[in-house]
Design a protein around this ligand. Structure first.
Ligand code: FES
Length: 147
């Protein structure tokens, strides 16, 4: 993850020939590069793509993956879809929110394709099944040791 500078955003926009119809792809590229989309970036995109800020905001808000707050160093996604909810993902989420520090961002997702091993979480891109509070604490401990 790198800092979002006007130059870095302009380079991404130019990579798509500054075409307003490529807004979704541009936003995806920004998230891949920087991890999130800052308000200043939304303003810049509106200017460079000749769109209104409301247009850009509308797309950013529509897609769950277009994060508008700087994430922590670690991303933990906890599945909130039906099978995982039935196996305690809400309680796990409450536990997780209390167990992590600002270095870790907890996000809700809706099915990680691991329903048979509910509740499922994804830690820094790796899917892990049958996660209870104790297992979650062990995963957090492993993350901190790997820092
Ligand atoms: S419902 Fe949670 S992984 Fe599918």
């Amino acid at each position: 993850m790198t800092d979002q500078t006007p130059d870095s955003i302009s380079r991404i926009v130019q990579g798509f020939d500054a075409k307003p119809e490529m807004l979704v792809q541009i936003l995806q590229s920004i998230v891949q590069t920087h991890g999130w989309i800052a308000e200043d970036t939304i303003r810049q995109l509106a200017g460079e793509l000749n769109l209104s800020r409301a247009d850009v905001h509308g797309v950013v808000e529509y897609y769950h993956d277009f994060r508008t707050e700087k994430p922590g160093k670690h991303i933990v996604k906890i599945c909130q879809a039906e099978a995982c909810q039935a196996m305690g993902s809400r309680e796990l989420t409450t536990h997780a929110n209390a167990a992590v520090d600002a270095d870790t961002t907890i996000e809700a997702v809706y099915c990680l394709g691991n329903c048979a091993c509910a509740p499922a979480v994804m830690v820094n891109g790796k899917t892990i099944g049958r996660v209870d509070a104790a297992r979650f604490d062990a995963l957090v401990s492993d993350m901190r040791e790997a820092d």
